[in-house]
Structure formats: C-alpha cells, structure tokens
Design a protein around this ligand. Structure first.
Ligand code: TYC
Length: 117
C-alpha cells in the first residue's frame, strides 16, 4: 500500500495539510536496506569449558546437528578457534551476546566473538 494518506491531499481531510502526508514504507523489503557486510561468529578454545557444554551451545545458537556441532567443537579444541556461522551484523551481534551471557551464567569462561567476513 504505497498510496498512504496521499489520497486525501487537497481534500482538507480532518484539517491535514500536504506536509502531514505519511509515506508507507511497508513495501521496502529487508534485503534492499541490509548492510553489505557479513560477520563470522567465532568460538575460542579454553582449558575449562566442558566439551558437551560447547556442543550444546553450538546446537542451540547456531542450529547445528549434534554431529556438526561436535565437529566444530573438536576443531576449536584442536586449532584454538573456529567459525560457527556467518551472518548479517545484527544477527551476529545477538548470537555473540547470547552465547557469552549463557556461558557466564553457567560459570564457564567460553568466549564468542565476531569479525568481518
Ligand atoms: N578445551 C576444552 C576442554 O578440553 C573444550 C573446548 C572446546 C572449550 C571448544 C572451548 O570453544 C571451546 N574441555
């Protein structure tokens, strides 16, 4: 519905002037206003977080199967860091905040961060 209140221009509808016209932005799709950059969401290894906790985190926040989450966790464990997924900025930011606060709440030092892809 792009017409908005335009149909009332000049008719003096409830005393509105033309400056009161409201433009409807419903038709502007998300993809057309999205920022161009994507961000890798990365987990860091540490010596204390239990492996099964890391697997659960990857399954819950990155929607991976138990097999894929285990593969990612072991890769982080062996290499020191690993990518859990690549997302638009706001989604990556939310995942980083959720993973870090969940880990802290459960008493684990697991660290999650993001970097430009
Ligand atoms: N290194 C941890 C252990 O041996 C397991 C672990 C894996 C921790 C991945 C963090 O991002 C991590 N219990």
């Amino acid at each position: 519905m792009l017409q908005g209140l335009g149909g009332f221009i000049g008719e003096g509808w409830q005393g509105m002037s033309n400056q009161d016209v409201v433009y409807d932005t419903d038709s502007v799709t998300k993809s057309s206003t999205q920022e161009p950059f994507l961000y890798k969401v990365v987990l860091l290894n540490d010596d204390f977080t239990p492996m099964d906790f890391v697997v659960e985190i990857i399954m819950k926040y990155f929607r991976k199967s138990v097999e894929e989450a285990t593969r990612i966790m072991l890769n982080v464990h062996e290499k020191g860091r690993g990518i859990c997924g690549v997302y638009p900025r706001e989604i990556a930011e939310t995942k980083v905040l959720e993973v870090n606060s969940h880990s802290r709440r459960e008493g684990h030092p697991l660290k999650c961060l993001m970097e430009r892809d």
